[in-house]
Design a protein around this ligand. Structure first.
Ligand SMILES: NC(=O)c1ccc[n+]([C@@H]2O[C@H](COP(=O)([O-])OP(=O)(O)OC[C@H]3O[C@@H](n4cnc5c(N)ncnc54)[C@H](OP(=O)(O)O)[C@@H]3O)[C@@H](O)[C@H]2O)c1
Length: 344
């Protein structure tokens, strides 16, 4: 039996981490930008916060700057951001031949649905990356900085060989967790991702932001709106962190002295780590705001639940996306942000 070929499309932080994991035990090719391909060819180390590590070096013929004319018998791991998804699906449509599986790894809601619209004859699975991955340029390492598994949709009707190919992401550095309730997992991850927009707006490291009760109160209020939406849906949020999803807003609102004691695990992050939305703003790129907070408000409209705070945060992020002064703006504290958002 010919083994499946693995192809990572959009080899950035998540794509190179997954590619490096899969490359430990299977044949993988990586489609991406020259900067990342050069790093992969020179050799990188995958590491995690527990001290685990695994080297990965790609050969010239594993690094593709464009898609080939045809892909058969392949698992396509789609790891571009939501903002590039439609364009990449358009490129993939004429390329995918027989017996391909596509795994959508975007945060937020709707990535896999969009892929199914573009690729109606292909098996599409949704995945949620539960951990954060950062690039350490000094040591040329891709570092899994937080706990969190790789959640993969359980698909019925796939062959044993396809199922074995998908299990290639299981590694001591990354736990594979196959879920029947992937939509609920996506919502639970989305709840955590609501902090990304606040991190981008306040222009502070994530840890500094979490130590500011005003910022935590804004994040908690964003989460309240999401929980009001999910309460109207047949979705039971799974517990992705040590604290159950419904308790997170309460936890975030605790006074500093209690929060730092009870939520110390949340604060175990590199002191200068920032959210990817912050990095996108600094680089003048469009952010994933429409697919994160925007997904909450869109689903809220369908469910008849207003999400005014998420609406205001979306407007703020969009104004920053088009601001020429974004890279030089001053940090904001939580109370000023609350004032700007009319939050008591
Ligand atoms: N990073 C994390 O810790 C993390 C954790 C969980 C989930 N996620 C989610 O995972 C997804 C990917 O995030 P990421 O952080 O890995 O993003 P990323 O580092 O920006 O990686 C995506 C890469 O794909 C490239 N790309 C875009 N269009 C392409 C095309 N047509 N062909 C080839 N390459 C293309 C991008 O290049 P350009 O920059 O030039 O566009 C970028 O290098 C997002 O939805 C994110 O929310 C990320």
């Amino acid at each position: 039996m010919v083994p499946y070929q693995h192809v990572i499309v959009g080899s950035g932080l998540i794509g190179c981490f997954l590619g490096g994991i899969i490359g430990q035990s299977a044949r993988v090719a990586l489609v991406g930008r020259q900067t990342w391909l050069a790093r992969l060819k020179a050799g990188i180390t995958l590491t995690d916060y527990t001290g685990g590590e695994a080297p990965f070096k790609a050969s010239e013929d594993q690094c593709w700057s464009t898609l080939p004319e045809r892909l058969d018998h392949s698992v396509i791991w789609l790891t571009v951001k939501n903002t590039a998804l439609a364009e990449v699906l358009e490129q993939l449509r004429p390329v995918l031949g027989s017996d391909c599986l596509v795994v959508c790894c975007q945060n937020g809601l709707g990535g896999a649905t969009l892929a199914r619209q573009y690729l109606p004859d292909v098996s599409v699975l949704q995945a949620i990356v539960g951990c954060n991955v950062v690039w350490d340029d000094t040591h040329q390492r891709l570092h899994k900085a937080t706990e969190g598994a790789f959640y993969l949709e359980q698909l019925t009707g796939i062959t044993d060989q396809q199922s074995a190919a998908l299990r290639m992401v299981q590694h001591r550095l990354l736990t594979l967790c196959v879920r029947e309730d992937i939509e609920a997992v996506a919502w639970a991850k989305l709840q955590l991702n609501l902090a990304n927009s606040i991190n981008a707006i306040v222009n502070q490291p994530v840890r500094t932001m979490l130590l500011d009760r005003g910022c935590r109160q804004v994040i908690a209020a964003l989460m309240d709106e999401l929980l009001a939406v999910t309460a109207q849906l047949p979705v039971r949020l799974p517990k992705l962190t040590r604290v159950p999803a419904n308790w997170l807003p309460f936890m975030l609102r605790l006074p500093d002295w209690l929060f730092t004691r009870l939520a110390s695990a949340m604060l175990h992050i590199e002191p200068d780590a920032r959210s990817s939305m912050w990095w996108d703003l600094q680089a003048g790129r469009l952010t994933e705001i429409d697919y994160l907070n925007g997904a909450v408000t869109a689903q809220g409209k369908l469910a008849g639940v207003d999400c005014p705070l998420n609406d205001s945060v979306i407007a703020l992020v969009k104004s920053l996306e088009t601001s020429t002064l974004v890279a030089s703006r001053r940090p904001l504290d939580g109370n000023t942000l609350k004032f700007q958002l009319h939050l008591k």
